[in-house]
Write a protein that binds this ligand. Structure first.
Ligand code: DAH
Length: 348
């Protein structure tokens, strides 16, 4: 092929050059412009061209070299720019293309939210209080006698040395959410209608049936003329909403220092439908909460006139309700965070 044609052929090649990265670009530069590159070789051969052809061919050759250099510089710039852009964009190209695993809601959160939702439909709002409490709010104002065994070290975690308090200490981890009652009653005026969900602590050995912390939801309603019948009606409504319309309740007399009269509420066993099974120990009933009419002493201790106002209160364990709903036999599963357990609540 004559030199002129080879130059034209190379011109076409040079115009068509493409490089996806710096390595490919360098290979092109070597192919055409290095010492032994095709364009450089043509310049060597140019010396042997007859003088009358030199002018035209020389111009063509220069054009070829300029075009090749220009095109390579242009591509170099493009590659550098795109690398900078990538570095700035914080795109992580090493990440797997799989979508991020979404977490699931914890069964105790699901149950707590359902309880709150059911009571919010009859006018209850949520109130919260501190987990690190004082004796006054957890026991004193709730009519616990000074020597009441619930204060005993076996039940209550007292906070002592860490914050430099000498015995007898006044600071403790709340052992029930009833403490939020006293906080609400001393800061709000009746009518009061609150639900107090939260974590509570007791000094118990950890086993399948007991834990040193668990969760409760407390309810409190104070107004003029609140009666035990109102309490029963609210609790029956709750039981049917939570466990199904066929659910029955029964109230057994009981004792709590802060309510008078007091009761414990059972629901018909939702596992055997009341026929009797291992879960309800053959009785057809399972206990789910404590309740009663707020003791006038408690109202007075919180600055509420017990001659004008009356109220009811109730408290239930969230784990207990979750147990009944989801049949979780071992309490420890709730706090171990084993994903094999937690994943089972994905669709709830
Ligand atoms: N505080 C009680 C407990 O932890 C539960 C309870 C019972 C709360 C009766 C109440 C109530 O408000 O009226 O065992």
């Amino acid at each position: 092929m004559a030199l002129k044609e080879r130059v034209q052929d190379l011109l076409a090649q040079v115009n068509d050059m493409k490089a996806a990265n710096a390595e490919e670009l360098e290979a092109l530069r070597i192919k055409y412009l290095s010492k032994k590159g095709e364009i450089t070789t043509l310049f060597t051969e140019f010396r042997t061209v007859p003088n009358e052809e030199k002018r035209e061919l020389g111009q063509l050759l220069n054009q070829l070299r300029q075009q090749a250099e220009g095109r390579i510089n242009e591509m170099r710039e493009q590659i550098v720019n795109s690398q900078e852009l990538l570095a700035k964009s914080q795109l992580d190209l090493t990440r797997t293309p799989d979508p991020i695993d979404l977490g699931t809601r914890h069964p105790l959160s699901l149950v707590r939210e359902e309880i709150v939702d059911i009571f919010s439909r009859i006018g209850f709002t949520v109130a919260e209080g501190p987990e690190v409490e004082d004796d006054k709010h957890v026991y004193g104002m709730l009519n616990f006698a000074p020597e009441h065994p619930a204060r005993d070290m076996q039940d209550t975690f007292f906070i002592e040395k860490e914050i430099g308090i000498q015995k007898p200490t006044d600071v403790l981890l709340r052992s029930h959410t009833s403490s939020v009652q006293t906080r609400v009653m001393t800061s709000q005026k009746p009518p009061i209608r609150v639900l107090c969900p939260g974590r509570v602590y007791r000094n118990e050995a950890i086993s399948a049936r007991a834990h040193c912390f668990f969760h409760q939801v407390e309810g409190l309603y104070i107004d003029k003329n609140v009666s035990f019948a109102d309490l029963k009606e609210a609790l029956l409504y709750f039981a049917k909403e939570m466990f199904g319309p066929e659910t029955q309740i029964r109230l057994r007399p009981s004792y709590f220092p802060f309510t008078e009269p007091s009761a414990e509420m059972d629901i018909s066993c939702n596992i055997c439908g009341g026929k009797g099974c291992a879960f309800c120990k053959g009785t057809g009933w399972v206990e789910i909460l404590g309740c009663g009419m707020v003791d006038p002493n408690v109202l007075e201790a919180c600055g509420i006139d017990s001659k004008v106002y009356s109220g009811y209160a109730f408290g239930m364990g969230v784990e207990r309700i979750a147990n009944l709903k989801y049949r979780v036999k071992d309490l420890r599963l709730f706090s171990e965070n084993d994903v094999r357990f937690l994943r089972q609540f994905e669709s709830c």
